[in-house]
Write a protein that binds this ligand. Structure first.
Ligand SMILES: Cc1cc2nc3c(=O)[nH]c(=O)nc-3n(C[C@H](O)[C@H](O)[C@H](O)COP(=O)(O)OP(=O)(O)OC[C@H]3O[C@@H](n4cnc5c(N)ncnc54)[C@H](O)[C@@H]3O)c2cc1C
Length: 526
């Protein structure tokens, strides 16, 4: 079946989801296509820092101003996606105070509140910091849950009429003379092609933006920068911790629920799918960040992962840290004489609402529509629902009858009920779709002890019967998990992996004869 709409959005990351919601709130029909599930790109592979803007204040003041404004808006519209931890910029003896003065002035100019702390005051707040620090500056950084943010934008957009196709890839453009008049797409699970005619196509494909543009013979100057991150087994600090020095690799620790995320590196890459974390990147992050929090040297890590940043280039530079974290909205009629096509790229997770606002303002102007943006005021549907571990525990105690309190994920306390509610929405097409919509596999075992329970439940419900054999699905999940575990396998992490391996190989016989046949076993051995 072919479709017709006003706007097609390519990409279901934070930017595409924000655009779908903004369009829906202004009454403009749209269809979003995402070739994986939401958050398959950088939106599900970032450090989860709710920037105060302080990090960019000295070298990228415009990005800093955008961040601080969006930080305030997100606290209002999406409080359930945010942990307002606050942040510290810590000066170590080797950093000196030279940068700190400039940093405080630049924050003031960008409208970012700062409070200077003595070493004693900083240590009273965060006892884990290197006791040799010479000072710290407090800023309104925080932590943000990108998965909930994106899924909630989509849910709100759909409830207002937007149509969304996941696991559906844009493979070509429909043309109308010199213009673009829609897209050709392919449902990757059903292996079916169809078309969507539209007046406008928005390329919100992040790091894949140039792959989309290549379908129309176009490109934009863009560098791809891989950033790798490590997740610790425990939460190392209550606040976000930054080094107070010019932005560099390995200088931020973001607390996230029960764990902390260390990041990031910055390596120029050619391929968009460069998600492998190199052992030297893991070693670098452990070394650099243990200068900030010495306990990191003996910490157990539970996962390594990487994402790719699309950085819009202006001029020649080899230093990706010096490229702006701001965003660009490109009208391809003005730039290349191709009407109906717009690219929105760059930016940050926390500026996705603003990027959507600017994109839809542009479309409204072109359509001659006067429909003001309301996304800065209208809260997301789940705003007001507590999502912390404590909130989930209280919810289970109060609202789920004891008989139905079966817990699927012990680390993150995800009850069977929560998964059933997600399945009821009818949007789940793959195992990973459930993982993106719940906290399953995000805790300290990274799915090692809970994903088989989830598959058991799905089997029982006969939900995934037509999606293939459970053992194959489990094997795919374990292979993906293994890629994230391999770079951090030392100490106790190694011991736990041996236990998990013995469960899957010994109890479940996953490496031997499989009910799904020889093929899955072969893949497991590779
Ligand atoms: C290492 C790293 C750390 C970061 N840390 C932070 C942070 O702490 N805080 C912050 O605010 N920002 C951070 N960012 C930036 C932030 O993650 C991104 O700016 C944001 O997620 C970009 O969202 P997006 O929707 O534009 O792109 P993406 O999330 O990449 O979405 C693009 C989507 O397009 C889809 N797609 C591609 N091709 C096609 C096709 N042919 N058809 C259909 N769909 C297609 C992809 O599957 C993908 O889901 C970080 C980024 C990286 C890489």
């Amino acid at each position: 079946m072919d479709y017709k709409t006003e706007v097609v959005i390519i990409g279901g990351g934070a930017t595409g989801a924000g655009i779908a919601r903004d369009l829906a709130l202004r009454g403009i029909p749209s269809i979003l296509v995402e070739r994986g599930d939401f958050t398959s790109g950088a939106s599900g592979r970032n450090q989860g820092l709710l920037h105060s803007g302080a990090r960019y204040a000295v070298y990228d003041p415009e990005a800093a101003r955008e961040c601080v404004a969006e930080n305030r808006i997100l606290r209002h519209i999406a409080p359930h996606c945010i942990e307002p931890t606050g942040g510290l910029f810590v000066s170590l003896p080797e950093d000196g105070f030279e940068f700190r003065g400039e940093f405080i002035r630049a924050c003031e100019n960008a409208g970012i509140e700062t409070v200077s702390l003595s070493p004693r005051e900083a240590l009273a707040l965060e006892p884990g910091i290197n006791p040799l620090l010479i000072g710290a500056v407090q800023v309104p950084d925080g932590a943000i849950d990108p998965f909930t943010l994106v899924v909630e934008n989509i849910r709100d957009a759909e409830s207002r009429g937007a149509v969304v196709f996941t696991h559906t890839e844009a493979t070509g453009f429909l043309r109308d003379g010199d213009g673009v008049a829609g897209v050709v797409v392919r449902d990757l699970l059903e292996k079916k092609e169809f078309t969507i005619s539209a007046s406008w196509v928005i390329n919100a494909a992040g790091a894949w933006a140039n792959r989309i543009l290549a379908l129309a013979g176009l490109s934009i100057p863009m560098s791809l920068s891989k950033g790798s991150m490590l997740i610790t087994n425990t939460r190392l600090s209550q606040r976000v911790l930054n080094r107070c020095r010019p932005p560099a690799s390995g200088d931020i620790i973001v607390p996230n629920s029960t764990v902390s995320i260390l990041g990031t590196t910055s390596l120029r890459v050619d391929a968009v799918e460069s998600f492998e974390v190199l052992p030297e990147e893991a070693a670098f992050l452990v070394y650099e960040l243990s200068l900030l929090v010495p306990e990191i040297k003996s910490e157990r890590f539970i996962r390594a992962y990487a994402g790719v940043r699309p950085l819009i280039r202006s001029g020649e530079t080899d230093d990706d840290r010096s490229l702006s974290r701001g965003f660009s909205l490109i009208d391809h009629q003005k730039e290349n004489g191709i009407s109906g096509l717009v690219t929105i790229a760059g930016g940050k997770l926390i500026t996705c609402r603003l990027m959507a606002e600017k994109t839809v303002d542009f479309l409204c102007e072109k359509m001659g529509l006067r429909a003001p943006c309301t996304t800065a005021e209208q809260r997301l549907p789940g705003a007001g629902i507590g999502r912390s571990l404590q909130d989930r525990l209280l919810h289970m105690r109060r609202e789920i009858p004891a008989a139905r309190q079966e817990i699927l994920c012990d680390c993150e306390l995800v009850p069977r009920d929560e998964v059933e509610a997600v399945l009821k929405e009818g949007k789940v097409r793959e195992l990973r779709d459930i993982l993106h919509r719940t906290r399953i596999a995000k805790g300290t075992c990274q799915g090692g002890f809970c994903v088989y329970r989830l598959l058991g439940m799905l089997n029982e419900l006969r939900r995934e019967r037509n999606r293939g054999d459970s053992n194959e699905i489990l094997m795919d999940f374990l292979e993906e998990r293994w890629r994230g575990i391999r770079p951090i396998l030392w100490g106790t992490a190694l011991k736990e992996e041996e236990l998990i391996e013995s469960i899957y190989k010994g109890l479940f016989n996953l490496s031997g004869e499989l009910s799904g046949g020889q093929e899955a076993g072969e893949r497991g051995r590779r």
